[in-house]
Design a protein around this ligand. Structure first.
Ligand SMILES: [Zn+2]
Ligand SMILES: [Zn+2]
Length: 135
């Protein structure tokens, strides 16, 4: 099994490589994740053993921690894309699934904080599916 994962931000200024495995993949619908993604939920992979190496652009990575909370995210200072983040004094690697350049190595485990979901976040699977822009 290939356990080397590469990823990057939208502008391409930041590239990273992660070696190792992920233990969990959660879709978090909490108000903080909705605010900082601008979407219905975050989609983060978690690992306590994988190693992160910044290949390019480490100086462009900014980290924001919401004061008095553990909510933290890293992002490209130029394009704002979500990027991997080390939390709990480096013990926990959090990787936004959308920042990976390839397929996610595991499937999501659960939707979490569903009680806090947006008022439009119900039965989204039943909406029409268009391969591109709607006709
Ligand atoms: Zn960028
Ligand atoms: Zn959350």
């Amino acid at each position: 099994m290939n356990n080397l994962h590469v990823g990057s931000c939208l502008c391409g200024g930041v590239n990273y490589e992660i070696s190792g495995d992920f233990e969990r993949f959660y879709l978090c619908h909490c108000p903080r994740c909705r605010k900082d993604t601008g979407s219905a939920h975050s989609a983060n992979l978690f690992s306590t053993t994988a190693r992160l190496v910044w290949l390019t652009g480490q100086d462009r990575v900014k980290t924001y921690q919401l004061p008095t909370t553990r909510h933290q995210r890293s992002f490209c200072r130029d394009c704002g894309s979500a990027l991997p983040d080390l939390q709990m004094e480096g013990a926990l690697l959090v990787v936004p699934a959308g920042s990976l350049d390839g397929a996610a190595p595991i499937e999501p485990n659960a939707h979490i904080f569903v009680a806090s979901r947006a008022n439009w976040d119900d039965d989204l699977e039943s909406l029409p599916r268009c391969d591109g822009l709607p006709a």
